[in-house]
Design a protein around this ligand. Structure first.
Ligand SMILES: [Cu+2]
Length: 147
């Protein structure tokens, strides 16, 4: 009887772990192209309303190549937003909160990883993402497709 209880406990634990594996947030990793001011991952797709863990895996080695990822709603004035981030300054991680921000992965220094977990928008469409580190947003851009 006792061994049956133990066995049942093991099985329920395994079932629980398997369920967690399936229902955890979808992981999306974004890397730059070496020491270039470019994302290697320029697009990815998520389902509307799903949980997403977005990761900046900064594989750069040059000290100037610090990157983040900020996902914006369609129709955002990207230039104005990037200017606000620049004005927010280094202490704010070159990020200015704004109603148009869908997700914000903090700055990652070379060789580091940062991440954020968020709920994908329920509205389908194409969402631009940029790096708001000074001077990067013009070249560091990508698209998150919400389907
Ligand atoms: Cu950058």
């Amino acid at each position: 009887m006792r061994s049956f209880k133990f066995f049942a406990m093991i099985v329920s634990t395994l079932v629980f772990l398997a369920a967690c594996g399936e229902s955890g947030p979808k992981k999306v990793t974004i890397q730059p192209v070496g020491n270039e001011m470019k994302y290697a991952t320029t697009e990815f797709t998520v389902k509307a309303g799903e949980q997403v863990t977005l990761i900046m895996d900064n594989v750069a080695t040059s000290p100037a190549m610090i990157h983040n990822v900020v996902v914006l709603k369609p129709g955002t004035d990207v230039d104005a937003f990037a200017q606000a981030c620049l004005a927010a300054g280094e202490s704010a991680g070159y990020f200015a909160d704004d109603p148009n921000v869908v997700a914000h992965v903090p700055l990652a220094k070379p060789g580091k990883k940062t991440q954020v977990t968020f709920t994908a928008p329920t509205e389908k469409g194409d969402y631009m993402y940029i790096c708001t580190y000074p001077g990067h947003y013009v070249l560091m851009r990508g698209t998150m497709h919400v389907q």
